[in-house]
Write a protein that binds this ligand. Structure first.
Ligand SMILES: C[S@@+](CC[C@H](N)C(=O)[O-])C[C@H]1O[C@@H](n2cnc3c(N)ncnc32)[C@H](O)[C@@H]1O
Length: 297
């Protein structure tokens, strides 16, 4: 049997080999929409100057730079991610911004050796849902954090609550089969922490059992600056992108009809600036370690 420590190898390969070019191309949408939700989340969670923060699954590191500003020179941020090319970009942008209190490290959130009892806050925007074992990753972060550390995570709610992803998936599934058991995938997936009860149980198993906040955030997000871009985005990224990719030649053969149906769907959601906006929904989850009562602020 393989040790659990390499449980994410296939997922990590998928991020590094398949998703990097797509994420670079659509970064303005992916990160822009992440920011819509993390800005709302920051009304519910306040970083304090001087805090040491671990950002797991930090991607291009935008949140690390933002948090670095808030915690200031006496604080620090460590961004941890398994995708080298994202971190190369993050590091180049950190240097260009002249930021001194942010660092990045390449590793698997489940197993990467972190300094024990070090971080005051563990943060993740749309990272944790992709880990093979959220419990292992949250335990690793628990071990690495101070006795009264706080945790803040932003995760997607169900796909039914997220037409921004669900609409295109419906169209793709009308023409193609769902991905098979052997599909190359980036992890359990964006909606794997949508169920509140299961997520609370996973947090409890990892030691984060003092949950201060489990709040739904709804916002329209931009899935394309034009209808054409929205179509390109959804045929390459997200659940519909995975269905089309896994269907290989059949997926390519069905592209014209899928594109046509997406065009009809998305045209109904164009705003004055030409962008396509659809509803989305996330949870902001705040917890702390110690038994002292806290409010997440
Ligand atoms: C949806 S992206 C979110 C990126 C960023 N937090 C944001 O909000 O823009 C998920 C990130 O998790 C990273 N990731 C996936 N599995 C991981 C693992 N096991 N350990 C560390 N990072 C992981 C991916 O490389 C990717 O950058």
């Amino acid at each position: 049997m393989q040790p659990a420590s390499i449980a994410n190898d296939d997922f990590i390969e998928c991020w590094n080999d398949i998703l990097v070019p797509k994420w670079k191309r659509f970064r303005h949408l992916l990160s822009g929409n992440g920011k819509i939700h993390s800005d709302i989340a920051l009304d519910n969670f306040v970083f304090q100057p001087g805090e040491k923060v671990l950002d797991i699954g930090c991607g291009f590191g935008e949140t690390c730079l933002e948090i670095g500003e808030i915690v200031g020179p006496s604080g620090e941020v460590l961004g941890l991610d398994c995708t080298g090319e994202f971190l190369d970009i993050a590091e180049a942008e950190r240097v260009a911004a002249g930021t001194q209190n942010v660092r990045y490290v390449l590793g698997d959130a489940q197993t990467h050796p972190l300094p024990e009892g070090h971080f005051d806050v563990v943060y993740s925007r749309f990272g944790v849902m992709f880990f093979g074992s959220v419990v292992m990753a949250l335990r690793n972060a628990h071990r690495a954090s101070t006795p009264d550390a706080r945790l803040c995570m932003i995760v997607w709610r169900t796909i039914a609550d997220n037409p921004c992803w669900g609409a295109a998936k419906e169209v793709a599934l009308r023409h193609l089969p769902p991905p098979g058991e052997d599909a190359l995938t980036c992890g359990p997936g964006p909606f794997s922490m949508a169920d509140e009860e299961t997520t609370r149980a996973m947090m409890k198993a990892a030691g984060w059992d003092n949950v201060d906040l489990f709040r739904r955030l709804d916002a329209d997000i931009c899935i394309g600056t034009s209808v054409e871009e929205a179509i390109d985005y959804q045929i390459l990224v997200g659940p519909s992108g995975e269905i089309i990719r896994e269907a290989a030649e059949q997926g390519q053969a069905k592209l014209p009809v899928i594109r046509e149906e997406l065009h009809q769907r998305f045209s109904a959601h164009v705003r004055d600036d030409g962008g396509v906006w659809l509803p989305s929904s996330t949870w902001v989850i705040v917890a702390h370690k110690s038994s002292a009562t806290r409010t997440g602020g």
